[in-house]
Design a protein around this ligand. Structure first.
Ligand code: SF4
Ligand code: SF4
Length: 256
């Protein structure tokens, strides 16, 4: 395995000793947005298509945005391994349904090695950082939200311990600090595993499940707003069907 411990400037020993690259394995791309459905929950197939286009659009945006800072740039991701769509809040106003969505995409970074090392991290490639902005791998206690090196785990743990003076070099050697950091890592791991295991391997599966969830909510809370177009309303009667005149004979033997 690559010896990351030789780097002394930019990584946190929490990452190496405790977490082992949780932020990149998988790498979660998360986008929150709102969808608005006018006129009640009709034409579900069209609605599913709309949701699917929204998922594809956001997936594409992430893939396009996360590239190395080289010329030419290299992408970090192909398609997500898992799609997890969550309706965080649904509101109904008249016949309009507002849905706040959280789209979660579990990507496998093309630069993450089998042994959970970022193969383009500066400590690995010798100091030149070509990772995209805000790559979280190997976080720092000093980094603030939206800065490179920011990590929820480290900051969650830091909020529950007395943090050492920055720059953070000591690692998590103390018994109490260690258990709090491990608790934060375990929480992150279990949340990540839950969404990964419950996620769908295709965007179509995620869109379908999401629409079923929304339909269930509307059925429970505003059943009058569901009226899908009935199937086969224009089917013509066959020659052997009962005659429309009410004679009781088959059409072919009556008005056929
Ligand atoms: S940055 Fe955070 S999530 Fe990533 S390896 Fe370090 S502690 Fe784990
Ligand atoms: S480039 Fe490195 S830090 Fe960024 S997601 Fe991939 S493995 Fe993680």
């Amino acid at each position: 395995m690559t010896d990351l411990s030789s780097n002394t400037s930019s990584f946190s020993s929490i990452c190496i000793e405790h977490c082992k690259g949780r932020c990149c394995d998988p790498w979660w791309g998360i986008i929150a947005y709102q969808v608005r459905k006018e006129g009640g929950l009709t034409r579900l197939n069209n609605f599913k298509e709309e949701i699917l286009r929204g998922i594809r659009d956001r997936e594409r945006r992430i893939v396009e945005r996360y590239v190395t800072s080289e010329t030419p740039p290299r992408p970090l991701f192909k398609s997500p391994e898992k799609y997890s769509m969550i309706a965080e809040n649904i509101k109904i106003s008249g016949t309009t349904i507002f849905i706040n969505l959280r789209a979660m995409f579990a990507f496998r970074c093309l630069f993450l090695s089998e042994d959970k090392v970022c193969t383009i991290h500066p400590s690995v490639i010798g100091g030149s950082d070509i990772r995209p902005e805000h790559c979280g791998y190997l976080g720092s206690l000093d980094a603030k939200p939206n800065e490179k090196g920011y990590c929820r785990i480290i900051h969650t743990a830091a909020g529950t311990i007395t943090p050492p003076s920055p720059p953070y070099k000591g690692g998590a050697k103390g018994g109490d600090e260690t258990s709090k950091i491990n608790a934060a890592i375990d929480m992150e791991r279990s949340i990540s595993e839950k969404y990964y295991n419950e996620g769908y391997t295709s965007a179509e599966g995620a869109a379908e499940a999401l629409v079923e969830n929304i339909k269930g909510y509307v059925e429970r809370n505003a059943p009058g707003l569901i009226s899908d177009v009935p199937k086969e309303t224009t089917k013509s009667p066959g020659r052997n069907d009962p005659c429309y005149c009410g004679s009781g004979k088959k059409i072919k033997k009556c008005h056929g």
